[in-house]
Design a binder for this molecule. Structure first.
Ligand SMILES: [Zn+2]
Length: 355
């Protein structure tokens, strides 16, 4: 089985979700959610970037999900999600980190929070599950960046300055179709300092959910390979969350990576999501990147536990279906290995300072 490293999931939110079945347990096999230890093993998923995306405050007591998408005649739109407070975001993050640390202790060595590339490599060959800690939206980071290093010591190794809402560091991209991500201003001065500090510490700066002006600001500032952990190709599906040819080229020039997500709403040419979407749609987005900038710059960024999945890849145990679809498309074993984990490994190894 070809092992998988996945560039993005929201599974850690399940550790505090009031919505989930009380019996949900990451170390057992569950019916709900997309990733747990058992289904990850079944699919060959041995490592991934596990994100903390603090939910909208307004909805917290009813529902963890963001405001609803409105379908229009030829697409969909959703307002930019309101700002959240720093203290609230910090408490929420710390609660997840506490529960994650308990979970790791309970896992009998099957689960690790990875802080060094060499540990990831060893754990991966031993088929343990490696968790790379990521913040999707930096609201838990103080504006003066005082606590960034504290989180780095706890394992933070990747960070998106914004989710799809404004914060002290920049402006996320609102969800919209058809529209480019060229909506709103770029990074704030604090956001620019955040990117520089991440470069210094060796934290991956993730450009997913950033609007075009913010993206260009990072291109100008960052000294590391550019990373978009979960996105799609704008030319194949004209959604704000997807990236244009110009952006794809800049990522290629920086020796960076694009993680392709599996969520039908941002991959199909039409506005209404289709659960019965064929896996060939995901392959088309991968193939587009390969044709344009080469096999070294694309990987998976599933968005498991953060979006609706197509039936053909309904959870982590379904990764072999996607590998099979790549084989059928004519990809060789060595090309598939690059997409499945080697490209992500190169990015982690180059960006982290403490290999
Ligand atoms: Zn996301």
């Amino acid at each position: 089985m070809i092992p998988i490293f996945d560039g993005h999931n929201d599974t850690l939110l399940n550790l505090v979700s009031p919505l989930l079945d009380k019996k949900w347990d990451f170390l057992s096999k569950n019916e709900v959610g997309h990733i747990d230890l058992i289904r990850a093993r079944e699919g060959g998923l041995y490592g991934g970037i596990f994100s903390i995306n603090v939910p909208n405050q307004r909805n917290l007591h009813e529902d963890n999900s963001p405001p609803v998408i409105r379908f229009t005649n030829n697409g969909y739109e959703m307002d930019l999600v309101p700002q959240i407070d720093h203290e609230y975001a910090k408490n929420y993050t710390d609660k997840i980190l506490q529960r994650l640390s308990n979970l790791v202790k309970k896992s009998n060595g099957n689960l690790h929070i990875i802080k060094h590339f060499h540990t990831l490599k060893t754990d991966f060959t031993q088929k343990l599950l490696s968790i790379i800690l990521h913040f999707e939206g930096a609201e838990m980071i103080r504006k003066d960046l005082q606590n960034l290093e504290v989180y780095y010591k706890k394992g933070l190794r990747a960070l998106g300055p914004v989710w799809s809402r404004p914060n002290a560091f920049g402006y996320g991209v609102p969800f919209k179709f058809p529209h480019t991500s060229d909506i709103g201003p770029g990074l704030t001065s604090n956001g620019k300092k955040l990117v520089q500090k991440c470069n210094e510490l060796g934290i991956i700066v993730d450009l997913a959910h950033l609007n075009m002006k913010g993206f260009i600001d990072v291109v100008k500032l960052s000294t590391d390979p550019l990373v978009v952990s979960h996105t799609g190709v704008y030319n194949l599906c004209r959604a704000t969350r997807n990236i244009t040819d110009k952006q794809i080229d800049m990522i290629g020039d920086s020796n960076g990576i694009i993680g392709i997500y599996f969520d039908p709403i941002n991959l199909l040419l039409k506005s209404m999501p289709d659960k019965n979407m064929s896996l060939s749609v995901i392959i088309d987005h991968i193939e587009y990147i390969v044709q344009r900038i080469g096999i070294d710059h694309v990987g998976f960024g599933s968005d498991f536990d953060g979006a609706d999945m197509p039936n053909k890849i309904r959870d982590a145990s379904s990764f072999p279906n996607l590998i099979q679809a790549l084989k059928e498309k004519g990809y060789t074993k060595s090309s598939i290995e690059k997409i499945a984990y080697k490209n992500w490994f190169r990015i982690l190894k180059t960006t982290w300072r403490n290999n």
